[in-house]
Design a protein around this ligand. Sequence first.
Ligand SMILES: C[S@@+](CC[C@H](N)C(=O)[O-])C[C@H]1O[C@@H](n2cnc3c(N)ncnc32)[C@H](O)[C@@H]1O
Length: 234
Amino acid sequence: MNTSPSASAIGDIVITARPFADYTAQFALTTDDLLAGPVLDCAGGASDFAATVRSLGGTAVSADPVYSQSPSHLTHRVERDLNRVRQWTATQPDRFPLDESGQWTHAQRWNTAAGHFLEDFRRDRNENTGHYRAASLPSLPFPDDSFTLAVSGFLLFTYPGHFDLAFHLAAIRELARIATDVRLHPLNDSAQNPCPTLPRLVEHLAEEGVKAEFLGVQGQSDGRDDRTLLLTRQ
Ligand SMILES: C[S@@+](CC[C@H](N)C(=O)[O-])C[C@H]1O[C@@H](n2cnc3c(N)ncnc32)[C@H](O)[C@@H]1O
């Protein structure tokens, strides 16, 4: 059941470009958290989160299957998907505030973040920095304990038609294998339905020695996305 009559699902998995500031708010992260050790963003999409962490002096890697694409192909995909987001947000003005031209008020921020990401992605491909790894959950190409923090935003619980409880468990086991702390956000799908299997997921994780805490946060793209799951291996 939707929490708002006007909340509609976005459909197929989309490449989005949430800016760094949205990540720090939605995952309740301080600069100290980001500089405490290597950080993984999976799925990184077209966000400039990891590039910004590096510009602050930190170490960060993004993983996403779309990083197998060439910079020009990925540029085209990002433009197409951000256009889809613009159309989707425009149909739900009580959920996504629109400016006087009928465009979601965050659209320009996302464009800027995507531009920053694409510039950095192109540099990665030219200079082989290793900052963007083509990879998919639930199997990531990193050794155990590679990161102090892994963040995963707008993937696991966002698309219930794609990912079930078994996938969630496998994906979280993988993230907890490679990172000390794992933060997941949001806990609702793209139509604002809470994940119905979340209590069972947390129970399974507790049996496997992974502690779950719910953090109250300020969702940036939809204010009702107000919880983040913090998972820590015991
Ligand atoms: C909605 S975007 C989120 C991007 C970014 N975290 C943000 O909030 O803007 C979802 C991303 O998940 C990626 N994706 C799809 N399946 C995946 C998988 N199995 N493992 C990792 N990433 C995946 C997609 O390519 C897409 O870029």
